[in-house]
Ligand binder design. Sequence first.
Ligand code: GLC
Length: 646
Amino acid sequence: MNQAELHRYLVSKAPKKNNEQQLKDYFDLRLATNLSLIKSLFFSLYDEKEAVDQFYVLIDKLEDLYQQRSLELKQQDVERLKEGNWYQSEKMVGMQLYVDRFNQNLNGLNKKLPYFEDLGINFLHLMPVTTRPSGENDGGYAVNSYHEIDPKYGTKKEFIALTKNARKKGIFLMLDFVVNHTSDEFEWAKKAKAGDSKYQGYYYTYPTRHIPDEFEKTLPEIFPQSAPGNFTYVKEMEKWVMTCFNNYQWDLNYRNPEVFLEMLANLMSLANLGVDVIRFDALAFLWKKLGTQSQNLPEAHALISLFRMCLQVIAPGVILLAEAIVAPRNILKYFGEDMLEGNECEIAYNASLMALLWNSIATKQASLMYKSLTEVPIKPKDATWINYIRCHDDIGLGYDDDFIAAMGWDPRSHKEFLLNYYCGKLAWSPAKGLMFMYNPKNGDGRITGSAASLLGLETALEQNNKNIIDYAIAKILMMHGIILTIGGIPMIYAGDEIGTLNDYSFKQHVDLANDNRWVNRPMQDWTIISGLNKNPDHPSTLIYNGLKKMIRIRKDHTVFQDTNDLKIYGCPNPHIFVFKRINGNQNVWILSNFNEVTEKLDIGWLNSIGIHTGKNTIDLLTELPFKLINNELPLKPFQQLWVKSS
Ligand code: GLC
């Protein structure tokens, strides 16, 4: 039993009427429930003799931070617990966006809530909105403050108005907690630069290259082209500081317990803005150790769990998303393992599925996806995924080399093939993406591009080729159809719902030109959106309406809630990906053809997995019974069926 389950049990005993005193009693109960766990996690990271005072500070801080939370949010915390695992519901459908690129600012976004309602979106991931350096700032992931809203987006008041309006409409909000680093303009960094040794100790700072050189022997490079190495020399303090990401993003030193205490307060200032889910950014990097890659270390897990256990005491309704874009088996660990099972993050990005989908498009086969997804252990029952086909970042080719080899492919040449397929090096490929951070030393590289451009719509429109246009639209819908049905929260990147193409304008912008991820962060095109109904055959209209329909069907069928009831089949036709969702006596099979020619499935095999013909077996997307031809079920190029049999 994890702590969340325990808290749900305890809240069921909590008094019905929520007044301040009763809520405070309930806080005391939560504190008592988690305290010994918090203590053991804290002292697993910090020496008991040296850090005992900080531990007492932590206990008092939990109460102070609780007192700072508004009555409305305290009541909501209790409601959320009573609702159980609301984040696993089929009703959850997400969209990710940059506030300024979507509709200028927070007020602009607030006005567009009806747009989300129309499409069926009820969960928004807003990219960072707090203050950041004015030049390069990694889209706000270089943080100047954890709670001051950047004036270009609006004011705190406007932000709170947005959260309230969203809450009223049943729209959940997610914000980032950039937990691994601050910008070099953050107040601690400024003090460190001015020579304050206390704040130099908040970061990994070194007077000589000795320790940095030792670290470099094993640390990988995140941005090898634009920010090679993991340390930056800072003239003002005459020291090297660890900067695993960009040189203006200083890694926080969590070996110092003061950093944890202050960051807990920063986490709460974000949660108290009224957000429902906190995205723990780059959390795999939280603990650094010489001689290791300093990713996914056990201490990082203990630290995340410590944050989690404290948050559960202060604000039990707020949950965490792990942004761990790491190997499939390592991702699962962020749900918490062994003694920590269920005590880290409730949600994690399904980066493995995302990468496998792109492999399936390029190879036109689903076999690697089947093998990889079925050989990794299943996630804990209270956890869920964010399923996405792409996000604001690059697409990393994070496959397990053993599985690639099992397909009969050489891992390095396969990677090269995928990079060539997506980055314009193969004349026959319709994909239009860019290469991100290519490292000639090991052939590693990642891919950037909008969903539509990577799936061929840009090329098809340039060639004015109706056939490839139709294929691109079918692929966009098929890929989204998978993330809408496979179990978890689907997260659509804003603009993909209308097939927005790559945006190359970043090249002209001095602060963006170094980072081609901006190619896949286009402005929301409101002209196209206002014309959707007038142009029924326009690709944007077809994509928008197709997605809207799939979202509605997802929400109407409880079979799509995530209860770990996924069955993926090894399909005799390697081009077709088949899985089943089950809920009680409801069954839905999702069949997707990744090939550009019609592919067939034999009735015998369909029967063997439980699909029978007859008037009770229909495709939910067309509401028609499916047709067999010569005892075979044909699937057109990139066609998807949602087969319901009862
Ligand atoms: C995460 C973000 C990415 C950012 C990085 C550093 O990976 O998704 O956009 O560059 O963290 O904060």
